[in-house]
Design a protein. Structure first.
Ligand code: AP5
Length: 211
């Protein structure tokens, strides 16, 4: 793997968590704290849908049903923003990768360019709290109870296996996300600062947050 294209000291973080676990909320704070760019695959897809682009028309039905959109489309959509963010300090990715296949594809592409993820942050929140939050938010067609439950099922089947994947390859930070927003932020920032000081990111750590 070559690191030649990596901007010096760029920070590259990703958020893993079920729908409603607070990935977007926390990614915003992390981006501000570390001066890096928040890239949210779901937000980009929703913008395409709102703008009626070709991508938007392809994915609208899939997103509204809570299914995953095709890997190739997501990879194409994210390539430019990830490369650009890497040149300006780094990124916090929220919503990608969603499957081990996406993570492996990203590893092959980003790893070769030296822009691969350094640290994965996992937010754990009980299912009933996820449903409560998303029903209260009611963002759109995918925040109805049936679709929320389906999105959680998709997460458990397709995305949760990523935790093992990152624990064995990168630094994995475990955070209890069922606490007030500022407390969760504090826990993430402290653990990230500690993790970035470590000599090697290829070291799995598991830090259980206080319940
Ligand atoms: P995406 O937009 O990524 O949705 P999601 O993963 O379902 O996550 P949400 O945005 O619903 O929740 P979040 O964890 O970000 O929580 P948030 O901070 O918003 O994806 C949408 C769809 O796009 C997918 O279903 C799929 O179709 C497609 N897609 C996206 N990426 C894809 C990919 N890589 N591959 C294939 N398909 C893809 O918070 C939620 C609410 O809770 C807010 O109201 C917030 O204020 C509140 N809240 C947050 N934290 C707390 C807290 N600590 N206490 C109380 N309330 C809180």
């Amino acid at each position: 793997m070559t690191m030649q294209s990596a901007a010096p000291r760029s920070k590259r973080i990703l958020m893993v968590g079920a729908p409603g676990s607070g990935k977007g909320t926390q990614a915003d704070s992390i981006a501000k704290q570390f001066g890096i760019t928040h890239i949210a695959s779901g937000d980009l897809l929703r913008r395409h849908i709102a703008d009626g682009t070709a991508i938007g028309k392809t994915v609208e039905d899939i997103v509204n049903k809570g299914e995953l959109v095709p890997d190739a489309l997501i990879m194409d959509m994210l390539r430019k923003p990830v490369m650009a963010a890497n040149e300006t300090g780094g990124y916090v990715l929220d919503g990608f990768p969603r499957t081990v296949e996406q993570a492996e594809a990203a590893y092959r592409t980003a790893g070769t360019l030296g822009v691969g993820v350094q640290i994965a942050v996992h937010l754990e929140v009980p299912e009933e709290e996820l449903i409560r939050r998303l029903l209260a938010r009611a963002r759109g067609a995918d925040d109805t109870e049936d679709v929320i439950r389906h999105r959680i099922k998709v997460y458990e089947e397709k995305t949760r296996p990523l935790l093992e994947y990152y624990a064995s390859r990168e630094t994995l930070i475990q955070v209890n996300g069922a606490r007030p927003i500022s407390e969760v932020t504090w826990s993430i920032v402290v653990q990230l600062q500690r993790a970035f000081k470590k000599p090697s990111p290829r070291q799995a750590t598991t830090e259980r947050a206080v319940a």
